[in-house]
Design a protein around this ligand. Structure first.
Ligand SMILES: [Zn+2]
Length: 273
């Protein structure tokens, strides 16, 4: 599967495009069987769908792709269903999920930037890049990406895991938080760990990254080592936190998440405890 992002639709239409369709933050899927879920349709008119607005966003295996939204009153046509995008993670192919996530981000950006945030006049799509420009004052807006850090803190042969007030019960993960304006990623790691569990870390190292399109985060993952301090949990964000050995892990996130990749990295490198 090859996806090539783009902002200019093909001038000559030779292929039936793929439509990624959203309503109420859910995506329309063809759930013909439990094992084959397709997050796009190719025949808008057959299903009688009339999208509010659309954005071309690239080519998937050479086929043009559009992202669009339906107004709240539109029900799913027969044999189709609106599905939580997040619930497709690990259900559909990872690369196809990434394309659907990108479609969601472009759709939401298009929806929320129809008017200028500075002067309130209508915007239009720029032709030379993925951006919107105000017809009146010239303000340019790009799709929003919100960086967040996620970090595996290791102390001897244990890893710091916490149960967030946002998680379903029983579920533990590594700590994460949004980057503040003016802050670099390493400072963000230090601040989040200090604020959420009251400890100090050292040896912060980049691990990897993952787009997290709910709705527009980029998770930037790090590993770090415990340096000092007593565990003191911020009860507004965390129900419980502790140090876990690789042989006694609690319930942890699914394989498609970078949180899980961090925990798997820890397990691979700390199997003696
Ligand atoms: Zn303006």
């Amino acid at each position: 599967m090859e996806f090539i992002p783009g902002h200019l639709p093909p001038s000559v239409v030779t292929q039936t495009p793929r439509w990624f369709i959203f309503r109420d933050n859910k995506i329309l899927v063809n759930q013909a069987t439990d094992t084959t879920v397709t997050p796009y349709i190719t025949d808008l008119e057959k299903f009688g769908l009339h999208p509010l607005r659309q954005q071309f966003f690239g080519f998937l295996d050479g086929t043009p792709c559009y992202t669009t939204e339906l107004s709240d009153g539109n029900n799913a046509p027969e044999a189709l269903v609106f599905h939580e995008l997040r619930g497709l993670l690990g259900v559909i192919d990872d690369e196809l999920f990434a394309v659907a996530g990108y479609a969601n981000q472009i759709m939401q950006w298009n929806q929320t930037h129809q008017y200028c945030g500075r002067c309130g006049n209508p915007t239009r799509d720029k032709q030379d890049e993925r951006a919107k420009i105000c017809l009146s004052c010239g303000l340019i807006n790009y799709p929003r990406v919100t960086p967040a850090i996620i970090v595996a803190v290791v102390r001897d042969d244990t890893i710091l895991l916490a149960r967030s007030t946002r998680f379903r019960s029983g579920f533990y993960s590594v700590l994460a938080g949004f980057v503040e304006p003016g802050e670099n990623l390493e400072d963000c790691v230090k601040r989040e760990i200090r604020e959420e569990v009251g400890i100090v870390v050292k040896k912060i190292r980049y691990f990897g990254s993952q787009p997290w399109p709910f709705p527009n985060s980029l998770m930037v993952a790090f590993t770090a080592e415990y340096r000092g301090g007593e565990m003191s949990v911020d009860a507004s964000e965390i129900i419980d936190a502790g140090w876990f050995s690789s042989r006694h892990l609690p319930q942890i996130p699914g394989k498609q998440t970078i949180a899980r990749q961090l925990i798997d990295w820890f397990v691979t490198n700390h199997t003696n405890s």
